[in-house]
Design a protein around this ligand. Structure first.
Ligand code: HEC
Length: 106
């Protein structure tokens, strides 16, 4: 009988501390600062390239890279990381990335 009462008290204590934790634990994620530049194809890149990682992965690449680099990058995302980029979007996304972040960046 005593044991059951102790068990009850323990359960109440556990429940109360859980409630306290739930009330005080507030997680604030940092504001997403980097996004992709606007332009033709930006909608495709925004749709396909920001689901796994932030835009920083793209925007911090060296700016002298040609179309072949960006095309290979999109292919790599598909082959190595299984990014579900449709075949008919590869070229358009690579061209957008080269225009915005590569060697043809004005
Ligand atoms: C399925 C998830 C996924 C998608 C979708 C995805 N990536 Fe990635 N990407 C990754 C992973 C995983 C890494 C490697 C992370 C690491 O090494 O820390 C990466 C890394 C990168 C890098 C850094 C250089 C490198 O090769 O590692 C670039 C640039 C990049 N991604 C571009 C893109 C572009 C452009 C797209 C859209 C076509 C894209 N990613 C979509 C998963 C993805």
């Amino acid at each position: 009988m005593n044991q059951i009462r102790v068990l009850g008290l323990v359960m109440i204590a556990v429940g109360m501390s859980a409630a306290v934790l739930a009330g005080t634990l507030k997680i604030e994620l940092p504001q997403e600062t980097a996004s992709l530049l606007p332009g033709p194809g930006a909608d495709l890149a925004n749709g396909q390239c920001l689901t796994c990682h932030s835009a920083d992965y793209i925007t911090t690449q060296p700016r002298d890279k040609p179309l072949a680099f960006w095309k290979a990058e999109v292919e790599k995302m598909r082959k190595v990381y299984a990014a579900p980029v449709p075949d008919d979007q590869i070229q358009a996304i690579a061209e957008y990335l080269t225009r915005s972040y590569g060697s043809t960046n004005p």
